[in-house]
Design a binder for this molecule. Structure first.
Ligand code: ADP
Length: 357
């Protein structure tokens, strides 16, 4: 009837919108200098031209005669956000355009990449809440009574193992079904019908995440935290029939990128974790590259992280990467590494394959 027609109309409007949302988007966010950096008289070495998508790093270097000079490194991304950009603006630049698509079978993923302390958590934490507000609005207003449900899960990958953050950090196993889908066995999913519920669940998950043995920051900088919002619906939209996945939005706060370099540490545990992180960050880059080149084969098996994300990379998928950087001279090397990583993803998304790793 009329309802069905309206639904079809909004579906086709969404289809157009879907085609206009880039498959891969790379955004860089610069945080302000913090008190510690200011106290140490560190300089801001990042300049961003207003209203541009380019960013320059001014690296202080020494010549052989020990005189100093500045080396400039210029980068171009889809968007470059300076230190006075708010979290609301980050949301509208990155995740908001993806929200309508997940009612259209799209799987969308938003990553935060960067060294520990660069602002990944600060950037990622508000995003699922804001997305939930928009999802619920769409569900109740646009898709009124069409039987869509919103479910949330929250887990972390630590040392190559999966832990449920909404179930006392229970260790979980992964299983591949016949259709090449990977599922996490026993992962708790909670139905969300209001913003208050998701707020509580996110807080609960975050609290669970930081109760490690080695102290909050240490632990969380070595794990990938993954929050997923899934839209489900039964074949006829009724509550009684089993609901199937329609689309999904995943938020990933990656391990500190510098942790991937912990492969020569004296501590064996740290070395193993470093190797795992290194592997997962490399595998992630390879998967995004393969996706962008529409390669049939996507190297999911490269790491636990990419295996878990496998179903987000098949079919109609969208990826946003937010690279977080510190502005300070003391972080120059890490910042350049982060920007180079982001640049690989971006350069390839322009079909530029002349650059090597
Ligand atoms: P990470 O998750 O990358 O380790 P955090 O998100 O914990 O880093 O950020 C480190 C510190 O910097 C936190 O105290 C956070 O509040 C602050 N911070 C990060 N980004 C910003 C920003 N854009 N504006 C203001 N403060 C920020």
């Amino acid at each position: 009837g009329l309802l069905e027609n309206n639904l079809l109309k909004s579906f086709s409007m969404d289809k157009d919108r879907a085609n206009n949302v880039a498959k891969i988007k790379v955004v860089v966010r610069k945080r302000p200098l913090n008190k510690k950096e200011i106290a140490k008289k560190e300089e801001d070495i990042i300049t961003i031209e207003p209203n541009s998508n380019s960013l320059t790093v001014h690296e202080r270097k020494l010549k052989v005669d020990l005189t100093e000079y500045l080396e400039k490194h210029e980068f171009l991304f889809d968007a470059v956000l300076n230190e006075d950009v708010s979290n609301d603006e980050v949301y509208s630049e990155t995740v908001q355009p993806l929200v309508p698509l997940i009612f259209q079978r799209t799987k969308a993923t938003c990553f935060a990449y960067g060294q520990t302390g660069s602002g990944k958590t600060y950037t990622m934490q508000p995003l699922p809440l804001k997305a939930t507000q928009d999802i619920l609005r769409l569900m109740y207003c646009t898709y009124h009574n069409q039987g869509f449900k919103l479910l949330v899960s929250f887990f972390e990958i630590y040392g190559g193992k999966v832990f449920d953050l909404l179930n006392d950090r229970k260790k979980l196993c992964m299983r591949e079904d016949g259709k090449q889908q990977v599922c996490i066995v026993g992962l708790q999913e909670y139905r969300v019908s209001d913003v208050e519920t998701i707020k509580e669940l996110i807080e609960k998950g975050n609290a669970t995440r930081s109760t490690g043995t080695t102290g909050a920051n240490e632990e969380s900088s070595r794990s990938h935290a993954i929050l997923q919002l899934a839209i489900k619906r039964s074949a006829d939209g009724s509550e009684t029939k089993p609901a199937r996945l329609v689309g999904k939005l995943s938020f990933i706060d990656l391990a500190g990128s510098e942790r991937g370099a912990d492969t020569t540490d004296n501590d064996k545990q740290t070395r193993m974790e470093g190797a795992e992180i290194n592997k997962s960050l490399l595998a992630l880059k390879e998967c995004i590259r393969a996706l962008d080149n529409d390669q049939g084969h996507i190297p999911f098996r490269g790491s636990k992280l990419t295996e878990v994300l496998r179903d987000s990379f098949v079919g109609d998928s969208r990826t946003v990467m937010i690279s977080c950087i510190s502005p300070s001279s003391g972080s120059c090397e890490h910042t350049l590494n982060t920007l180079r990583y982001a640049d690989r993803v971006k350069s390839l998304s322009k079909g530029n394959s002349s650059k090597k790793d």
